[in-house]
Design a protein around this ligand. Structure first.
Ligand code: NAD
Ligand code: MG
Length: 393
């Protein structure tokens, strides 16, 4: 039995993870679940999966969850706050942690799982973007196992040799080809992007996801974060990572080798495939995803990304090049700007303007400690909020 904690159980990835787990009750047991505010959903999940512990974002949410669980006669220990999240991620009772909280809020518990030497299924790309080297050092120092859930990185993971040791040259890797759908605005007239609504931005052509990552896909910041994620996961310099637009999202990414071979992972766009892959690795389990029917798809297309249409992609490459805490600045500014856009306080194109200003008006430093990264995150958030307030007036 693998005992599992799901951080962010009520989100898109969390729900898909529980769907896969429910197909294999003989293999997996849920130890703990977390949610920020969706107490009713979490109570339902507790009733179905019977975890020992559940963690929410506030004392008020904890009281409501506790009452709901008691009324159903369920004995679940209910806690709240960051220390409790770190505790369910690092407990001796847990083997595997699904890191599926969205944004910087996921960093502390994901890092706690790394320091406790857990098997980490990493969906929370923002944590790795912020803390890069420090996070990878914690994984190696404490013997944790890091398996990528992001579909592109899971595809790259499956396309690399089993013995891959974060050295592309030694493995004969020429390029990592990160595919991108291009999101909902791939072909929309650029001058109309100023006025798109949150609902239009969240309508992804291929994937059903949470609202923050959906907006990131529309700006292509998601691909920018994924370039940084690939850099850290696979030890690849930016010069070895190419972004390829592939609107069908059937090829989830590829590895190109020096002998001219290209290895790819293909499948229907459904996150249960990478989730099942990482859960069972190195074995294979059924995920609920239909087998790919290439003849019904017919055509696969590829082209180069347009950096002028998607300035966020260029900003992400710039931050990776700058190094240190620059990606933490980028990530924090993006989280604030996306939230402001979702709340209709700024326009869609203001997102890249806010990020560019935060990056160019605030210094970045060497990322010497998690404390230094968190300081930088806090400064960038304050700077971004001030710029948003100016734009919103
Ligand atoms: P979501 O918004 O659907 O779910 C987010 C989860 O995090 C929820 O359970 C929520 O309760 C919890 N959460 C939110 N704010 C929190 C806070 N401040 N503290 C603690 N918990 C909090 O998001 P999602 O689409 O499931 O994405 C989760 C992560 O996975 C993101 O980092 C995203 O980039 C990554 N990811 C998602 C997909 C996808 O298909 N949805 C694909 C690849 C990567
Ligand atoms: Mg992805």
């Amino acid at each position: 039995m693998q005992r599992i904690t799901i951080l962010g159980a009520t989100g898109s990835i969390g729900v898909s993870t529980l769907d896969v787990l429910a197909r294999h009750p003989e293999k997996y047991q849920v130890y703990a679940l977390s949610a920020h505010a969706k107490v009713d959903e979490l109570a339902e999940q507790c009733a179905q999966f019977r975890p020992a512990r559940a963690v929410v974002g506030s004392a008020d949410a904890a009281a409501r969850l506790d009452a709901l669980l008691r009324a159903r006669g369920l004995a679940v220990e209910v806690e709240h706050g960051e220390a409790a999240l770190c505790s369910i991620a690092s407990s001796a009772e847990v083997d595997t942690v699904m890191a599926a909280i969205v944004g910087a809020a996921g960093l502390a518990p994901t890092l706690a799982a790394a320091r406790a030497g857990k098997k980490i299924l990493l969906a929370n790309k923002e944590a790795l973007v912020m803390s890069g080297q420090l996070f990878m050092d914690a994984v190696h120092e404490h013997g944790a196992t890091l398996l990528p859930i992001d579909s592109e990185h899971n595809a790259i993971f499956q396309s690399l040799p089993a013995s891959y040791a974060r050295q592309p040259g030694a493995a004969g890797v020429a390029k990592i080809l990160l595919t991108a759908s291009g999101g909902p605005f791939l072909n929309r007239a650029v001058e109309t992007l100023e006025h798109v609504t949150p609902d239009e931005a969240c309508k992804h052509p291929n994937w059903s996801m949470g609202r923050k990552i959906s907006v990131d896909s529309a700006t292509m910041m998601n691909k920018g974060l994924e370039v940084i994620e690939a850099h850290w996961l696979f030890g690849a310099p930016a010069s070895l990572i190419d972004v390829v637009i592939h609107p069908q999202s059937v090829i989830h990414s590829m590895v190109s080798y020096v002998d001219g071979s290209v290895i790819a992972e293909l499948g229907n766009p459904d996150m249960r495939t990478p989730i099942a892959n990482a859960l069972a690795f190195p074995e294979r389990i059924e995920s609920g995803v239909a087998q790919l029917d290439l003849t019904s798809i017919g055509t696969l297309q590829f082209h180069k990304p347009d950096f002028a249409r998607f300035p966020c992609l260029a900003l992400a490459f710039e931050s990776l090049d700058a190094g240190g805490t620059a990606p933490a600045l980028l990530n924090a500014a993006n989280e604030v700007a996306v939230q402001a856009f979702l709340e209709r306080r700024i326009g869609f194109r203001d997102i890249d303007r806010v990020i560019a200003r935060v990056m160019h008006e605030n210094p970045h430093h060497a990322a010497t400690s998690i404390g230094a990264v968190m300081d930088c995150d806090a400064r960038a958030r304050a700077a971004a909020q001030a710029i948003v307030a100016g734009l919103a007036r």
